[in-house]
Design a protein around this ligand. Structure first.
Ligand code: ACM
Length: 264
C-alpha cells in the first residue's frame, strides 16, 4: 500500500490558491492514501470568530470537500485533509476523508490548542475507524497527539494507520509520534505545514518535519523543516494487525487498566 503526505505552505485566507496548489501536487502523485495538513485550505492563525465563520465550510457540501471528492475519484485515491467546518453557526477544526467513491467521513478535533479554543468547538462525535480497502484508517488532528488516549482508542477500534493532519508549532510531536506508533503498533502519517503566520502580536512558526512512522517506531521518511514536500512510501498495513510484542506479551490482552474513552 502506498501512503504519503503533502507538506505545504498555505497563504492565509487564499482558499482557491491553497486548494489549487494541493490539487496540482496530488495530480502528480501515485498513492493509495495521502494526508494533507490541518486547515490546509485556509491557513491557521484566525483573528476573530467572524473570520472563521467566513472561511469555514459545510461538510460535505462545501468547496473544499467537493474539490477533494473530485480529485479522489479522478485519482482513485483516499485523501485526508484538514479544514474549518461550519455547522449551525458553530465551527470545528475538522479533517475529511474522501475516496474513490466520494465523501466518506469527517473527524472533529477533540483537543483544541491555545487560541483555537476561541474559534472552534471541541469535537462532539465518536472517533471512527474507516475501511479504506487495503487498510483501516483513523484520523486525529495535531494536538490530539498530546493525549495518548486518542491514538490508543483508534488502535483498539482497529486502525492500522493513523492519519494525522497537523499545524505543529511545538517541537515535540515528531519524536512523540514514534512512541504513539510503538505503543499501539500502528503506522502514522503526520502531515504538517511550513512557514510562519503573523496575523496578531504573535508570530507562529510551523516546524515542518512531516513524517511516516512504522509500527516499530521506524521513521520511514521525515521531511525537512522548511520546504514544501510530498512523499509516498510503500507499507504493509497487515503488520499493524500483529499486536504480539513477544510470544508472551500482547498489546491489548496484557492491558491491566480499564480504558475509558469519553468523546462527548
Ligand atoms: C495544533 O494543534 N495545531 C498545535
Amino acid at each position: 500500500m502506498k501512503v504519503g503526505f503533502l507538506q505545504t505552505s498555505p497563504l492565509f485566507g487564499k482558499k482557491d490558491g491553497n486548494i489549487n496548489d494541493a490539487t496540482v501536487t496530488i495530480q502528480s502523485l501515485n498513492a493509495d492514501l495521502l494526508v494533507l495538513p490541518e486547515l490546509f485550505n485556509t491557513g491557521y492563525q484566525f483573528t476573530s470568530r467572524e473570520e472563521v465563520l467566513a472561511l469555514s465550510e459545510r461538510v460535505p457540501e462545501g468547496q473544499t470537500t467537493r474539490a477533494l471528492v473530485k480529485l479522489s475519484k479522478e485519482k482513485g485515491m483516499y485523501l485526508v485533509a484538514g479544514l474549518a467546518e461550519r455547522e449551525n453557526g458553530r465551527c470545528y477544526n475538522s479533517a475529511i476523508l474522501t475516496g474513490p467513491h466520494g465523501f466518506i467521513g469527517c473527524y472533529r478535533k477533540l483537543h483544541l490548542f491555545y487560541h483555537e479554543k476561541q474559534w472552534f468547538e471541541p469535537g462532539n462525535r465518536d472517533i471512527e475507524v474507516y475501511d479504506i480497502g487495503k487498510a483501516k484508517a483513523g484520523i486525529m488532528i495535531c494536538f490530539d497527539w498530546f493525549f495518548p488516549e486518542v491514538a490508543r482508542y483508534l488502535a483498539i477500534k482497529g486502525a492500522d494507520i493513523i492519519c494525522h493532519p497537523a499545524n505543529l508549532v511545538l517541537p515535540y510531536c515528531p519524536q512523540a509520534m514514534i512512541t504513539r506508533c510503538i505503543e499501539n503498533r500502528v503506522f502514522a502519517v503526520t502531515a504538517n505545514r511550513i512557514g510562519t503566520e503573523r496575523r496578531s502580536e504573535e508570530t507562529l512558526a510551523f516546524i515542518g518535519t512531516s513524517q511516516i512512522v512504522g509500527t516499530k517506531g521506524e521513521i520511514c521518511y521525515r521531511a525537512s523543516p522548511d520546504r514544501d514536500e510530498a512523499m509516498v512510501v510503500e507499507i504493509d498495513p497487515a503488520i499493524a494487525r500483529d499486536k504480539n510484542i513477544t510470544p508472551m506479551n500482547h498489546l491489548f490482552n496484557d492491558q491491566q487498566f480499564q480504558i475509558i474513552a469519553s468523546v462527548t
